[in-house]
Ligand binder design. Structure first.
Ligand code: GLY
Length: 302
């Protein structure tokens, strides 16, 4: 079958001056993954590559560009899941590694475990040959400035800020030529979080879910709320119940808003390669290449 890829670069009120960088970053990630897929790469390879491109791009809150916690540390969460086996790998509150999604994949493929957190995740990464980087390698001026404001004011991120301030979690969903699905999500989490706080992104069913029989989904937004409605799995269940891919995205975001007053966005690919997306934040950055229709797009949705 013709492969498809869709990526997101966060759902929030992306300022005008950052719009181009978000579109470019998402477009680059989708293009990189699509080039792999058309050459016969697996959906797992495609979503890992797409997410690595965005982890390396400092415009996004993932990998380099991640936010700081209240202790001035970068702690990152990531997950990868394959739809053929329902296996997943995830890392939580991981420090000093440039590409958390790669560690998540190694965990999924090399071990019997699904999630590692904190020092254990770092120790695993180092044992697998990943390079340890410094805090400064991951930190960008934008986040240092925000941390200085936090130190002065002690103000935590409010509901209003979730729609107005960065939540550039990144994610990808793909289907390959063999019809296998995969998804991945990676984030620095939310600004000014408590040290050790883990959001939805590395939680299977909340931050991501993939099942070859149905589809794949990746979430972005306010993690505590997304976990409460298990957003990605809710969308997969809506797809299974007969909704089309856009209906499943809309229905799950509607549940997020109605049940817990949450804010966020979601991308999906169904088992036929159709892509969908929806959000209830002011904007969401995304890009896709949809095999069945031949359509390619990189944009900010308002
Ligand atoms: N959705 C990302 C987070 O809340 O950590």
């Amino acid at each position: 079958m013709k492969p498809s890829i869709i990526v997101h670069g966060g759902a929030w009120d992306i300022p005008v001056e950052q719009v181009d960088a978000h579109i470019k970053g998402c477009g680059h990630a989708a293009q990189t993954a699509n080039d792999l897929l058309v050459r016969g790469a697996s959906a797992v390879d495609a979503v890992e590559s797409a997410v690595m491109v965005m982890e390396d791009d400092p415009i996004f809150d993932a990998g380099r560009g991640s936010v700081l916690n209240q202790s001035g540390q970068v702690e990152m969460d990531a997950i990868i899941m394959e739809g053929s086996t329902l296996r997943s790998g995830a890392v939580a509150a991981l420090r000093h590694i440039k590409n958390p999604v790669k560690v998540a994949r190694r965990l999924m493929e090399d071990t019997q475990f699904s999630m590692l957190a904190g020092d254990g995740a770092l120790k695993f990464a180092l044992s697998k040959g990943f390079d340890e980087c410094s805090e400064e390698d991951l930190l960008v001026g934008r986040e240092l400035e925000d941390y200085k404001v936090f130190l002065k004011t002690g103000v935590l991120q409010t509901r209003e800020e979730f729609s107005g301030h960065p939540l550039d979690t990144v994610g990808a969903c793909a289907i390959d030529k063999e019809g296998h699905l995969a998804c991945a999500t990676s984030t620095g989490g939310i600004r000014r979080k408590l040290a050790g706080r883990v959001g939805d992104s590395p939680i299977v069913g909340a931050g991501a879910y993939a099942d070859d029989a149905i589809g794949a989904a990746s979430s972005t937004g306010w993690g505590e709320k997304i976990m409460a409605v298990v957003l990605a799995k809710t969308a997969i269940d809506l797809l299974k119940q007969g909704n089309d891919v856009f209906g499943a995205c809309e229905g799950s975001i509607d549940t997020l808003a109605r049940r817990v007053d949450g804010l966020g966005g979601l991308i999906m690919v169904d088992r036929h390669g159709r892509v969908g997306y929806h959000h209830n934040t002011p904007k969401m950055a995304y890009a896709y290449s949809e095999g069945p229709s031949g359509e390619n797009r990189a944009a900010i949705r308002r």
